[in-house]
Structure formats: structure tokens, C-alpha cells
Design a protein. Structure first.
Length: 432
């Protein structure tokens, strides 16, 4: 019995010890809730994009449209969170822009300022071939990539530049389609008058059109330029009437082109077709009323055009950016009216630069140049591809369409009348 009592006593003591130890053990401190590791914030890089605009001077209307297109592209890019590079870096653009007053001297001063003082990494051209030619000298001198829009002259791309890239169809192909249309619409038409503004762009278009018309069997009965500040075309129209052409082709820019069209209408010049540069493609041309009706103009782009992801696929190229409907609706929401090709060209310039930087994965000028050299794609503006040979940077992918102002239901509207595959209405022909 004593042994049993002793065993029970030992067990009791052990139980007390264990219980005491348990009570003495500290309560574990509550552990903080483990949060998932946060992803590092995306690196943001701000890049200066420089350009000039003709806020004053003869190119003000066309330049305004071009700049609005650029601004809409920037807004859309900002909404999308910026331009994203493969390494996660987000590129955002800060713009620097000045009024070039439609003069070459101001252009060269300002593009030098944009590069040396504002530290612009990339450039977009001013409006017009003459001003762009002046800007290209500066951009190439400093090794900057410049996307040119509103500038169709071929000669810019015959200077050996390596970082200047053209969005527009070249001037040499600007009015050749009008000659083709005349030949298709009227096998009996034989004579053409080529009249043009004495500017770099218009002169190059006129020379190319003359050569092409003669090659197609037409007689060019008048080939003459007028001064760029001409406001009275009366004496000039008398020469045209004396030459008795079937068609007049040529022109220059908005101011001279709209004045020329108005005075041709007022004098009732007997001609079957009038196709002139630039002016008919500007929305304000409709303000001429009946004087606008029947006038044909080459257009770099129209909202009625059929460029789409499906047409890109059919052409065997990739599609990039918004559709035509998305661009048009965005432009109308921003500015209250439908865009013309000058605005579309501004947006397209930004879009092409955006894609080149994305493809390069860098803002290095040489890497972006290499991406532009390889570019072969379709956007809402049409096919984009650049010559990488003798005329480096010349646009070789994009084609023109031809619009005509017509009167429907009491309103002056524009329709596509050439080429056949793109037309939205039959042409008004003959004009008078």
C-alpha cells in the first residue's frame, strides 16, 4: 500500500509541474496579416514632341486641321495610359509648338529651337511641302526622326535624308488619277489645261500631271503657273478659255484654290471637268455654295473610304490603331464637325510614330528609324510603307481618292467619284 501511495503522490506532483509549466508559457503574440507583395509602379518616361503650326499666314486653315488631328491622337494615347514599351515603361508625350507664320525662315529658326532648347526627341512637320523642306534640313542635321504630314513633294526625299518619313501620297501621284478618270468618263476628251500655283508642292504636282497626261495621249494646251498671292484670276481665266481645254487640273492651296473655283463659276468657263489641289478637300470649301458644285479634288483620305482590319488582312498586312468610324466619331466629339484629310494626316503621323517606338521598344532615334524602315501596315488612313532605297522615306504604300462636291437635297456634299472601286456616287460630268 505504501508503494501505491508513493506512486500516486509522484504522479500528482508531476501533474502539478506540467500544469504550472503550461501556465507559465507566454501566449504567442498575434502575427500581422501578411499582405501580398506590391508590384513596383510602372516607370514613366516623358518625351518632348515638337512641331510648328501656321496659326497665321496663308496655310492657317490647313494647318489648324492638321494640328487638331495631332492633338486628338495625343488625347487618345493619354486615355489609353500612354505608349507602353515591352519592358513596362510608359512613354508620355509633352508637346512644344510655335506659330511658324507660314514662312520658311521662321520654320528653320523654330525647329532649331525645338531641338536645342526644348530638347525635342521627335518631330512632326509643319503643313506644306515648302515649310517641310525647310524643317527637314534642320531635323536631319541634328539626327532627329521627323514624320512629315501635309507635305507631298517628292523632292524632299531626293536629298538623301535618312530620318525623314512621309505620310502623304507623293505629289507625283496627286493628280494622275484625275487624268485616268477623265479618260474613263469621256473617250472624246483630248485637251487639258494644267494651271498651278508657283509653289514647290503645286509645281511638282503640275509637272508630274503634265507628263502623265501626255503619256496617256492628251494634248496639254496650257501649262502655266500663277503667283501664290493671286486674288484676281480674270486674266488667267481668259487664257484658259482661249485654249479651249476639256478639263482644267492644277491649283495649289486653300486660299488660291477656292478663289479660282469661285471665279471660274462666276465667269461660267465652258469646261467639262475641274480638278484642283487641296481646296476641295477642306470642309470650308462647301461655303462656296454653287461655286463648289462639280469641283473635283484629290484627297489623301475620306471618312467614306473602306480601310478596315478586314481590308488589311486581304492586303496581307497588319492593322494598327482605331477604325475610321472610331477616328471620325472621336474627332466630331472633340471639334464638332467631321474631319478632312488634313486632320486625318495629323492623327496618322502620331499613330505611325507611336507604332515605330513600340516596335523599336525604345526611343533611341536609330532604333525608331529601323522600325520605320521595316513598317508595312494599314491604319485608318490607309496603307503605310516607306521607300528604303534611293528616295528614302518616300511614301510608297498610300493611294489617293478623288472627291467631288455635289448638290443633294439642297445641300452641298462631297462624294468619292474615283477610283471606281471606292466611289460613293456617279460623277457630275460634264461640269458645264
Amino acid at each position: 500500500m505504501k508503494g501505491v501511495k508513493w506512486l500516486l503522490t509522484v504522479l500528482f506532483i508531476l501533474a502539478l509541474v506540467v500544469t504550472g509549466c503550461a501556465k507559465a508559457a507566454p501566449t504567442p503574440a498575434p502575427q500581422p496579416e501578411q499582405k501580398p507583395a506590391e508590384k513596383p509602379a510602372a516607370k514613366t518616361m516623358t518625351v518632348v514632341l515638337g512641331f510648328t503650326a501656321s496659326q497665321t499666314g496663308k496655310y492657317a486653315k490647313e494647318s489648324k486641321e492638321q494640328v487638331q488631328g495631332i492633338q486628338l491622337w495625343l488625347k487618345d494615347l493619354e486615355k489609353a495610359g500612354g505608349l507602353k514599351l515591352p519592358d513596362g515603361t510608359v512613354v508620355k508625350f509633352e508637346t512644344k509648338s510655335y506659330d511658324d507664320e507660314s514662312t520658311k525662315e521662321r520654320v528653320q529658326q523654330l525647329y532649331t529651337k525645338l531641338i536645342t532648347e526644348d530638347k525635342a526627341e521627335f518631330l512632326i512637320s509643319p503643313y506644306s511641302s515648302g515649310l517641310t523642306a525647310a524643317a527637314a534640313v534642320i531635323s536631319e542635321q541634328y539626327g532627329k526622326v521627323m514624320i512629315t504630314t501635309g507635305a507631298a513633294s517628292d523632292s524632299i526625299y531626293k536629298q538623301g535624308y535618312q530620318k525623314v518619313y512621309q505620310i502623304y501620297t507623293p505629289a507625283s501621284r496627286y493628280l494622275t488619277g484625275a487624268v485616268d478618270a477623265l479618260k474613263a468618263w469621256d473617250p472624246n476628251a483630248k485637251k487639258i489645261a494644267v494651271v498651278y500655283e508657283k509653289t514647290k508642292f503645286a509645281t511638282s504636282v503640275a509637272k508630274a500631271a503634265k507628263a502623265y497626261a501626255e503619256k496617256q495621249g492628251f494634248e496639254v494646251v496650257l501649262f502655266e503657273g500663277y503667283e501664290k498671292d493671286t486674288t484676281d484670276f480674270g486674266p488667267f481665266i481668259n487664257k484658259i478659255e482661249a485654249a479651249k481645254p476639256d478639263a482644267i487640273i492644277g491649283g495649289g492651296h486653300f486660299q488660291d484654290g477656292s478663289t479660282f473655283a469661285k471665279q471660274l463659276y462666276e465667269k461660267k468657263t465652258p469646261v467639262k471637268m475641274v480638278a484642283i489641289l487641296v481646296a476641295p478637300a477642306v470642309p470650308e470649301f462647301a461655303e462656296l455654295g454653287d461655286a463648289a458644285v462639280g469641283i473635283i479634288g484629290p484627297s489623301q483620305w475620306e471618312s467614306l473610304a473602306k480601310y478596315s482590319p478586314d481590308s488589311a488582312k486581304a492586303a496581307g498586312v497588319s492593322w494598327f490603331g482605331p477604325t475610321i468610324d472610331e477616328f471620325v466619331s472621336g474627332y466630331k466629339a472633340a471639334y464638332g464637325y467631321e474631319p478632312g484629310y488634313h486632320a486625318a494626316g495629323g492623327y496618322a503621323a502620331g499613330l505611325v510614330l507611336q507604332k515605330a517606338i513600340m516596335d523599336a521598344g525604345s526611343i533611341d532615334a536609330d532604333a525608331v528609324k529601323a522600325a520605320l524602315d521595316k513598317m508595312d501596315m494599314m491604319i485608318f488612313f490607309g496603307h503605310i510603307k516607306f521607300d528604303t532605297g534611293e528616295y528614302h522615306g518616300l511614301q510608297i504604300g498610300h493611294d489617293m481618292v478623288y472627291i467631288q462636291w455635289q448638290k443633294k437635297d439642297g445641300k452641298v456634299v462631297r462624294e468619292i467619284v474615283w477610283p471606281e472601286a471606292a466611289k460613293t456616287a456617279e460623277p457630275v460630268y460634264p461640269l458645264r
